[in-house]
Design a protein around this ligand. Sequence first.
Ligand code: ADP
Ligand code: MG
Length: 385
Amino acid sequence: MINYDVLRSSFHALHGRRPRLFRAPGRVNLIGEHTDYNDGWVLPMAIRFDTVVAGAAREDRRVRVRSLNLDEDAEFDLDTPGPPRRGIWLDYVEGVARALESRGVRLRGADLLIQSDVPVGAGLSSSAALEISVGLALVSLAGMEIDPVSLALAGQQAEHEYVGTRSGIMDQFIATLGRADHALLIDCRSLEATHIPLDTSEVAVVICDTQVKHELASSEYNTRRAECERGVDILREVMPETRALRDVSVANFERFGPLLPEPIRQRCRHVVTENQRTLAAAEALRNGDLEATGKLMGLSHRSLRDDYEVSSPELDLLVDIAGMARGVLGARMTGGGFGGSTVNLVGRDCLDEFHETISGEYFRATGIQPAIYVSEAAGGAEEMR
Ligand code: ADP
Ligand code: MG
């Protein structure tokens, strides 16, 4: 937990002014993996971990920023763009500032102090939490307002242009639009976002971090994107109206899938069925049917493991252990894969036992202590008053 009073007084000690505080959450994706760049659906929720920015405007156009997590200072001038893709954390900060200005938001310089308790690189999107909290701070300190969708798009633009990751819109959307006790069904084509009630009073959402990241992630990500595009090209010959895999129903895939060579068929099958599972899971959540949601999560994992081939031995292990624990309604890898975390639905009366089983068995097999977090669905970015 971040101590806001300490953050305020640290800012005051550094800059001699009282800051305003802004926060944006990390997220976990319940279901809908590798569907976003196929124009499909995703179903994330915001988590109780935040990136918090304490900030005050300056008279000039300099942005001076300090990350307490990294114990590092950086700065840039809004009038002299620094080079993109330096591979440093300032890419996210400067990237969102530039994206906002390119969208017509005239910013002021600012002093910013950042602190986050979102685990970094665990697949919980500390990067979007950083972009969105900084973006909201910069806009607000310039005396302006921004709607959540524009702020999310500016965050994504920062990631594309400054960081150099061609990410979908999910992370930034849930960081701005998250709502307490709700998941968010996002249509990644129309950008329509629907809040779905998620009651975690009896069943908890539990995140288990493998603490392992494989280097494969970004090259395989690009390969998967290309495989999906190839699949669309071939399917378009028989279904000319197909723009993305989102347009292919399960029934049509059963009919035309055999036209695709392997492994493209497998990859496309994952995306087509995952879209269907995501819509079904949203419907199940709406009906308060967490059992059905959990089953769909289990199917999602198998599809990611066998068809899309983006899981890892550690992720599979965590899912297998969860499958043997009491009170678990569903478990799957979450995020891009090749490491990161799993997401689990666990009956609250079994939480202690789940915790013990997971850490005991995972440690026995790998020698690594997993990190385990329970989170309710949290709200999106806001100024804290
Ligand atoms: P994820 O978003 O899954 O956590 P990424 O690799 O996309 O992983 O983003 C992590 C990067 O974001 C870090 O390496 C760092 O550059 C930046 N970052 C995230 N949080 C902070 C922070 N509090 N202070 C500075 N940089 C941060
Ligand atoms: Mg990220």
